[in-house]
Design a protein. Structure first.
Lengths: 134, 97
């Protein structure tokens, strides 16, 4: 039972993070808090993918050691068990970059909304829009 | 509203936790993600690209076009931010006139 909990604990932690982010995105009225919720959601998925790449049993980061480079010149293949799975790391590098881009654009849009309505609360913005007849 | 959302999130989280039941355990070297394609990359990356860092080899050589598209995403986002924030400044100038 303890073994089972340890082997699944990371997934449960990411599910909790993801639900926290989703809660903030749905319930919070402040636009910056919504954006923070979106970032928490993204980070939970990134952590999930990185944890998929982990390997127990002495695996290191996916950078070839000098010894394995020497072997590769002699056409001796590296042992895959010695290195973590590099593919989730690459994909999450891409995801982090896209996340930064979306966060930047969202913050710029939030600045524009603040300049126009002088508030970031969603309900207050809706009241102002209704009063001004938009 | 809040209670409804909480119930929905608990149900979603419960569904995801139920799906986790079939996942391989953490850092299992025999997990499907680590046994099908990735050994090929670990073994062939150096002889094909002469880059010791496998992540760099995959990012810049195997998926070079994907990374090119990624820079287009960054460029578009940067242009969007610049255009949005510059427009604000120009309007300020016009308001003064």
């Amino acid at each position: 039972m303890f073994e089972y909990i340890v082997s699944k604990f990371n997934y449960w932690a990411y599910i909790c993070l993801m639900m926290i982010g989703l809660y903030a995105m749905i319930v919070k009225g402040n636009l910056v808090k919504k954006l923070i919720g979106m970032n928490i959601f993204q980070v939970s998925i990134i952590l999930f993918y990185v944890s998929v790449g982990a390997k127990s049993g002495g695996a290191t980061v996916p950078i070839l050691t000098a010894e394995d480079i020497h072997h590769a010149h002699a056409h001796v293949l590296a042992n895959p068990l010695q290195y973590m799975n590099p593919l989730p790391h690459v994909l999450m590098l891409t995801a982090i970059v896209v996340g930064i881009a979306t966060t930047g654009v969202a913050l710029a849009i939030i600045i524009m909304i603040y300049n126009r309505y002088k508030t970031l609360e969603e309900d207050e913005i809706l009241v102002i829009r209704k009063e001004s007849g938009v | 509203m809040k209670v409804f959302v909480l119930i929905m999130l608990l149900m979603t989280g419960g569904l995801l936790a139920y799906g986790v039941k079939d996942f391989p355990g953490w850092s299992n070297p025999n997990a499907p993600a680590s046994t099908h394609v990735s050994p090929r990359y670990i073994q062939a990356a150096y002889t094909k690209t002469h880059t010791p860092n496998i992540v760099t080899a995959v990012l810049a050589d195997y998926r070079g076009y994907d990374t090119l598209g990624e820079t287009v995403v960054i460029f578009t986002a940067g242009m969007g931010v610049i255009l949005m924030l510059r427009k604000k400044r120009r309007n300020k100038g016009k308001d003064n006139v």
